[in-house]
Write a protein that binds this ligand. Sequence first.
Ligand code: 0WD
Ligand code: CA
Length: 424
Amino acid sequence: MDNSISSVFECRIGQVLEALKCRYRLNMIRTFPLNSRAKTTALKQPKELFSYARDIDGEFVYDQDQVINENVSYYYLPDSKVDDANIDLQAGFAKFKKIPEENNLPETKSLLHALIQYEKERNNGEKVAVDIVTYRGLMTKLLTIPYNLTDPVDLNVVAYDGQLFINSDEKIELSRRAEEEHKRQESMAPDKIDYVKRCEFSGYKFETVATLPRPWADCSRQQIDRRNKKMVNNYEQYLSVIKTGIGSAKMLLAGEVDCVWDYIPEDGKDVLSHYVELKTTRMIENNGQAVTFEKKLFKTWAQCFLMGIRKVVYGFRDDSFFLRNVELYQTEEIPVLIKNNPLTENKSGGKINCTGALKWYGAVIEWILQEIPRDDETRSYRISFDPSTRTFSLIELMGDENNRLRNGGILTDEFKSWRQSIRR
Ligand code: 0WD
Ligand code: CA
C-alpha cells in the first residue's frame, strides 16, 4: 500500500471507530445494584401546590375554586352504617360507568397544562423549582421495588429546561394490560374472571358508599342515605399536585386523592393532613391472607407516604362482597405494624422494612439525577426494572422514540412554548 492510500484508510477506520464508540456509549446500559441504600434519607415535608380534577365526562377541570367546590369528596361512613346497612360492594356492577382503556392511558398533557396555569397565576410566572416532575404512582413503583420483585417497571424520562419529566410508556402499558387480560382468559375459569372484575368494581363502589360530595352538614338526608344506589364510575378523579423531596432532590408529584377526612382549611395550609386514602380488601381469616395483606399495606404506606397523606381507611369485605368491617390506619403507624407482625417474622425473601425501602428510594433518585444530564435537551431515557434478571437499568432512547417523547409523548408544544417564553 502506498503511503497516501494507507493514511486515507487509517483516517476512515478512525472515523468508523469514533462513530462506533459514540453509538456504544449512547446505547450503553447502566445498571444500579438493588442493594443500594442511601446513608441518610433527609425528607422534606410534602406541600400541596395546587389541585385539578377529571370530571364524570372525562374532561379535566383546572379552575381551582371549581375543583375545590365540585370535585372533592368527603369521607362519611360511621360504624353503625357498616353494621346495620349490609352494604353490598357488588351492587350495581352491571351499570359500572367505566372509562375505556384507551382514554385512561398514561399522559402528561393534563398535568403540564395544570402546571403552566400554576406557574403563570400563582408562582409569579416562574418555573416551579424542582428537579423531577412525575406522577406519584410511578414513584410508588420505584420505592417498593426491594420488597416487590415480581412486578416489572418501565419509565420514560425526558430532560428539559433543567428538569426531568418522567412517565410510564403508553405502548408498554397497553401491551402489558393486554397480556394480563390474555393470561386471565387462558388460565382462569369464567366465574373466576368475573370475580376479579367484581373485585375491581368493589373498590370504586366502596369509594361511592363511603364518601359525600360535600361535608356531611351540607348534604341532604337523601344524599347520605341513598349512596348505595348511586352509579359507580372511575372517570372522576381529584388530583393533588405536591412538592416534596428526598436527600437533595426536589420533586413535583401528582397523585389521585380519594377524599377529605373533615374539611379543607380556608387558607389551604397543610391540606395534605386532611386527605384520606380509601382501600378495600378481603377480610383476614388465615395466616396466608395476613401475609398478603401486609404486602398490600406496604404498598399503601408507600403510596400515602410519598404524598404526605396521613390516613388510610380499609374496607374489609367477605367473599360475597359484603362490607364487614372498616378500619382506620395512620400512615405513620404502618411501618411499626409491619415490623411487629409476628406472622411475617421469618418470611423467606426478607421481612418488609419501610425504612430500608426509603433508603433504596433515596439512593435510586440520586442515581437517576446523577446519570441523566438535565441540561442536555436532546436526549431521552428509559429506566427499567426487569424481574426475570432482577436488574435495575438505564438506557438512552434513540431516534423516533426520543422524538415522540419530546413532541407530545411527554412534553407538549403548549408546555415547551410556555417554558421558552419565561426563559432567562
Ligand atoms: O402509571 C400511572 N400511575 C399513571 C397514572 C401515569 C400517568 C397518568 N396517570 C393518571 C391515572 O389516570 C391515575 O389514575 O394519574 C392518575 C393518578 O395517578 P397516581 O395517583 O399517580 O396513581 P396511583 O397512585 O397508582 O393510583 C391512585 C389511584 C388508584 O387508586 P388505588 O386505591 O387503586 O391505588 O388512581 C387510580 C386508582 O383509583 N388509577 C387507575 N385507575 C384506572 N386505571 C389506574 C389505571 N391504570 N391507575 C391508577
Ligand atoms: Ca384508593
